[in-house]
Design a protein around this ligand. Sequence first.
Ligand SMILES: Nc1ncnc2c1ncn2[C@@H]1O[C@H](COP(=O)(O)OP(=O)(O)O)[C@@H](O)[C@H]1O
Ligand SMILES: [Mg+2]
Length: 289
Amino acid sequence: MDQADRLRNMMGSTGRRTRVIAVASGKGGVGKTNIALNLAICLVRLGQKVIVVDVDIGLANADILLGSQPKIHLGHVLAGEASVLDALAPAPGGVFLLPGSTGMPLVSDLDDEERHFLVSSFQELEEYADILIVDTGAGITRNVIHFATAADEVLVITTPEPTAVTDGYALIKTISREKGFGRIRLVVNQVSGRLEGGRVSERIRMVSRRFLDLEVEDLGHVLADERVKMAVRRKRPFVLEYPQCPASGCLRVLAERLLADGGAQPKSFGQRLAAMGLSSDKSVPGGGG
Ligand SMILES: Nc1ncnc2c1ncn2[C@@H]1O[C@H](COP(=O)(O)OP(=O)(O)O)[C@@H](O)[C@H]1O
Ligand SMILES: [Mg+2]
């Protein structure tokens, strides 16, 4: 049995288009990776097949948060040394992870050909997933913008800190200038309570409405919770390690909200490429599928 067959056995083929959700932020360290992984686990609990792809090319660390040490990662896929299915690994909570390229001296931005190749590779993953969560890097790099626009929806993560809010708004502004971007939804992390979350998200929504003529949606908040830090130190997702902690409750609510409104019809492969400014008839180096 090759890896593709094993995966088909383990995950089953969904036969549906996959909903692609990018997790992004302006400022780094606001909780993207924690939210991506724990949200993925909550979505699995709700019956979804979920793959997390770590495309934080420079500082990939989703695998570290899961306590796993992948032998094959995105770096190998990009180098043409492994297929995307070879790199896919089962992770705690029933999630599958495509690990990023930790510790590889890779340039932080990919070129068009590499991006085309990656999106084509992700297309192969779509057979196995209802939802693909893309954990992007921090900052407003070409990579982040491209993955955010190719996705069906972007979760912009911010904290109440003024710097995170300003950078989050700058990211939204940049995405909104791209052709073919999807829904933009806010998650305010590390809040002291529901009121603070609502205040921060309302401020960003108001500025987006006024200056960008853009309706940004409020997905919700995650409470600041010491258990999140403890789980990080133990290299375990907090929804598994501390299912009863306040942050875990918040993540379950976010997952339920994501499923309650099923999202729009996911983009086709061609639409994803077009959103990245790439054409689908370009030849794919390394043979994406
Ligand atoms: N809800 C939270 N409560 C407390 N600490 C948090 C919370 N979310 C994130 N953190 C802290 O922020 C750090 C960075 O989170 P991480 O998910 O790695 O951010 P990013 O992927 O955006 O760089 C975590 O290691 C943790 O210490
Ligand atoms: Mg991260």
